[in-house]
Ligand binder design. Structure first.
Ligand code: F0G
Length: 418
């Protein structure tokens, strides 16, 4: 029989991907291009615009796992190892490589901060000019500083993310700019490789659940595509349920699924301190609905108080993340409480951004100025107690050792997290 050369052999692929890890070539060291056999997007795939993205760690979360009574709980931290500190780099290396190959001079995006940081870095690397449209006053400082550092034309528009998207589409009608928003199909191609990497890290075992935070709703769908391709190639025998977690104040997917089963998008006026997912009119709504339905996942919404607590818990595990990422742990608690995720099942949270992206949020939380009284009042008693244990406000002291000892003694009275 003649072998089907269009259909790669799963065993050969696993071996090849593993082998490339030992290579010193940038294209092999990239956690995206290492999987280039499933990324048929470049004329010369040996020469992408890469910053050695991907290869992100998979951590266990022993305290959260114990608190939830789940044995198998892991976090794939895409904020760590990726060059600009978020999962956006895995998609940006792909899309920016296409822009460079097609000889575009300008690239642009509207963003809540991470896409813009990533685009600016990869554009700088490729010698392209970049334009960033971001909502004024509504993105985290770490992200804003990155787009300036990498030399993007940084435009802060007096509107929200959805308003930035509208202006960007008008701009595209007037200038030959390559669009790098999440509707760009090559970004999804790059982002899907996180699914390959995850399953490879799990030695080709598939977890029952993967939870992602939802904003413009592209990432859950990109991961879903990655899992489906693995299934089609025979690399795995099933796919995980993919669930999307939204902030209560930016919940168009949650509302639409509740009110019309996801038939039609109900846009909302978005408001959440998890600024990365402050999006009311998500571009990839249809894809997210189809990913949830086809994998048997759910959409859950979580409050500001629940996100803040989950973020502090992830911080206390020694890894930290940005607020949007913490929505996954908050959502997991709800899905466990409602019985949709059972304690024997294996769960992976996708943490999308580094904790240093939004230091202001973290500082405000620990100083006790993040959440207002009504939000704190919404917390159940055990969560209130947990907030008290986790909050570590900085203490300003005179340079006097007795004062320092006094503080240490008072800290010793706090319960230690087991
Ligand atoms: N987490 C983080 C840290 C993000 O930056 C984003 C999106 C998401 C989650 C949601 O992913 O949009 O695919 O559902 N940030 C975009 C941006 C919108 O402009 O940086 P999504």
């Amino acid at each position: 029989m003649i072998p089907d050369t269009n259909h790669p052999n799963p065993g050969a692929l696993r071996w090849l991907w593993q082998e490339r890890r030992t290579s010193t070539m940038p294209v092999d060291q990239s956690g995206v291009w290492r999987f280039r056999d499933l990324l048929p997007i470049l004329q010369s795939p040996e020469n992408p615009v890469t910053l050695r993205e991907g290869n992100t760690p998979l951590y266990d979360l022993p305290r959260s796992s114990k608190a939830l009574g789940i044995d198998f709980l892991l976090a794939k931290h895409q904020g760590i190892s990726n060059p600009t500190g978020s999962f956006k780099d895995t998609g940006m290396t792909a899309a920016l490589s296409v822009a460079a190959e097609r000889k575009f001079e300008w690239v642009a995006c509207a963003s809540t901060g991470n896409t813009s940081a990533s685009m600016a870095a990869y554009a700088a690397r490729a010698g392209l000019r970049s334009i960033v449209l971001i909502p004024e006053g509504k993105i985290a400082w770490g992200k804003l500083s990155q787009s300036m550092d990498y030399g993007a034309v940084t435009l802060q528009l007096r509107t929200d993310f959805d308003g930035c998207v509208r202006i960007l589409s008008d701009l595209l009608k007037r200038l030959p700019i390559y669009l790098l928003n999440s509707v760009n199909p090559y970004r999804a191609e790059g982002q899907k490789t996180a699914a390959f990497e995850l399953i490879e890290q799990l030695e080709w075992q598939v977890p029952e659940h993967v939870l992602v935070p939802g904003g413009n709703l592209a990432n859950g769908a990109a991961l879903g595509k990655g899992f489906r391709e693995m299934l089609d190639l025979g690399l795995v025998s099933r796919v995980p349920r993919i669930s999307v977690i939204q902030a209560e104040g930016a919940n168009p997917l949650f509302r639409s699924l509740q009110e019309n089963g996801g038939e039609e998008l109900i846009p909302v006026e978005a408001d959440t301190r998890a600024s990365a997912i402050r999006i009311g009119n998500p571009a990839s709504f249809r894809k997210a609905v189809s990913t949830i339905h086809s994998t048997g996942g759910w959409c859950e919404q979580v409050s500001e108080q629940e996100i803040a607590l989950a973020k502090a818990e992830i911080g206390a595990e020694g890894i930290g993340c940005e607020p949007a990422s913490a929505a996954t742990l908050a959502g997991l608690k709800k899905l466990v409480a409602s019985g949709r995720i059972t304690r024997e099942e294996r769960v992976v949270l996708i943490l999308t951004g580094h904790t240093l992206k939004d230091p202001e949020y973290t500082i405000n939380y620990h100083r006790g100025t993040l959440l207002d009284d009504a939000e704190m009042a919404s917390a159940i008693t055990s969560d209130l107690a947990l907030h008290r244990v986790l909050q570590r406000p900085p203490v300003v002291l005179d340079p006097d050792v007795d004062s320092v000892l006094h503080i240490i003694e008072s800290v010793l009275r706090y319960p230690v997290l087991a």
